[in-house]
Design a protein. Structure first.
Length: 496
């Protein structure tokens, strides 16, 4: 006799007691047009037209079945909106199933949209912890990896499912890199972890540059941030050659890599400072996207640059008022040492725009608290010099529901950062803080104007400060670091 239960009325203990199988099957279904035998269970248990994401779990001797509604209007939805409904439906079901301790395998009916289902399932199952009972697979000191407690697979094999898994695992990698505390993810450990993740991936070269290399290159603004810490800085450079022509112009991705940010001499308040372990979210995003791009063997050439450092106070730290000469020769007044992200990025952006003959350069950074105030956790702000690039990024973000919003990049904000005794000041006051930060970075992008026989470099600055952390759980993301922009960057690269 089938036992039907509403999971919302049961405790996790009751769910454990009711589980009769180690395998669970998830069926997203359209309540207006149920097509599977499993979906026939729904009308007998609750309302016939449940809203999207409503999930119920059923138990019998044959196993555990989760039904998740696609909503009564699903048949009228199209495109990216329809895809997001699938994500939310599958994500909700995976979260419910994960409460049943005995389940170790989850089979997903991904027939509606295999890619979206794979993404949602793997993102929803992610749960970062460093607790020791049971042992955590996230402990970076483990000599052997711990297998995942729950495995996921589709009801029917699909290449789109497999691609979705790559997208989701890349985002989960970025989440892990951001979640690991500063003592477990300093610049050296970041390079070691990324090297391990890329092991065996074809057509990839990796260079972990040291401070001596950066000094030789003249990366003085980058190195100015490292002066207060005992941890050596690194400049990680990754090359992927996937294009048929190895000399084809590459896409360059630059990611801010402050592995812990105290603010330096301009010290941050102690409350919530631990969140600054995620201030390398830009670096985490670009290396994770690069890993997926290489695993998918996309036919492009790619260069990834991540300046990695801690921002700490000490007797040798850079002081407010110091003037530094950047790699491109411009003088920069350090008005506030907590505006260090633009200092490490300025040299990296100039290096990336002069060394590799790139067609496009995109930098990603947890750059400004002002972006969090402007857009919150819903949209990531983008500043862009090219309408074509913006439209491509927007389309990629919509496809993956990793959404972007274009922000103003206007010279009229210039007086806020041009008014010091140096060429540039690293802060422009409270008004339009994200806009002045983007304008500061633009000063280090070489090639924005076309030259004879060469097109202008397309550039975008992606500020993920607002979307770096989820303070509220969603259907397929829990609280914590999000890995935002990873899937959108992969999708953008796929469409090149």
């Amino acid at each position: 006799m089938l036992r039907r239960t509403l999971t919302g009325l049961l405790s996790p203990f009751q769910l454990r007691r009711m589980a009769t199988s180690t395998t669970a099957t998830i069926h997203p279904f359209d309540p207006k047009a149920p097509t599977t035998s499993a979906s026939q269970l729904w009308p007998a248990s609750t309302a016939k037209n449940p809203k999207a994401g409503t999930t119920r779990v059923f138990f019998d001797a044959g196993g555990v079945t989760a039904l998740s509604s696609l909503g009564p209007d699903f048949s009228r939805k199209t495109g990216v909106v329809k895809r997001e409904v699938v994500r939310r439906s599958v994500g909700s079901a995976v979260k419910e199933i994960s409460r049943v301790d005995e389940v170790i395998e989850v089979v997903v009916d991904a027939s509606v949209d295999p890619h979206a289902a794979a993404v949602a399932a793997h993102l929803a199952l992610y749960n970062f912890t460093l607790k020791t009972d049971p042992p955590s697979g996230f402990n970076p000191k483990l000599k052997e990896p711990i297998p995942d407690k729950v495995s996921l697979k589709p009801l029917s094999a699909s290449r789109e499912w497999d691609k979705g898994v790559v997208y989701a695992k890349a985002q989960n990698l970025a989440r892990t890199l951001m979640e690991l505390p500063g003592n477990m993810m300093n610049p050296t450990l970041f390079c070691e972890r990324v090297k391990a993740e890329f092991a065996g991936v074809e057509n990839v070269q990796m260079f972990a540059r040291d401070e001596a290399w950066a000094a030789e290159k003249g990366m003085r603004t980058f190195l100015s941030v490292t002066r207060g810490t005992a941890e050596p800085a690194k400049f990680l450079e990754i090359h992927y050659k996937g294009a048929p022509d190895a000399s084809a112009q590459p896409l360059v991705l630059v990611g801010k890599g402050i592995t812990f940010d105290t603010g330096g001499i301009s010290l941050k308040p102690g409350a919530d400072m631990k969140l600054m372990r995620g201030d390398m979210g830009g670096a985490a995003a670009v290396v994770s996207a690069a890993l997926a791009i290489a695993q998918l063997k996309l036919p492009i050439n790619l260069v990834v640059l991540t300046p990695l450092a801690e921002n700490m106070p000490s007797g040798t730290a850079t002081k407010p008022g110091d003037v530094i000469y950047a790699m491109n020769g411009k003088s920069v007044e350090v008005d506030n040492t907590d505006a260090e992200g633009r200092l490490v990025l300025s040299d990296a952006i100039y290096y990336g725009s002069t060394e590799f003959n790139a067609h496009t350069l995109i930098d990603v950074a947890t750059l400004t608290g002002a972006m969090d105030i402007a857009l919150g956790e819903v949209f990531t702000g983008v500043f862009c010099t090219s309408d074509e690039l913006w439209h491509r990024l927007y389309a990629a973000g919509e496809t993956e529901y990793d959404r972007f919003w274009r922000m103003p990049l206007d010279e009229d904000y210039g007086p806020q950062i041009y008014g010091s005794n140096a060429d540039l000041c690293n802060t422009g006051g409270k008004p339009a803080g994200s806009c002045t930060a983007a304008l500061f970075l633009r000063a280090f992008v070489h090639g924005l104007e076309p030259e004879e026989g060469k097109d202008a470099l397309k550039w975008a600055h992606v500020d993920i400060a607002g979307t770096m952390e989820a303070t509220r759980p969603t259907a397929y993301l829990g609280r914590g670091m999000t890995g935002s922009s990873v899937r959108a960057l992969i999708e953008y690269a796929r469409q090149l």
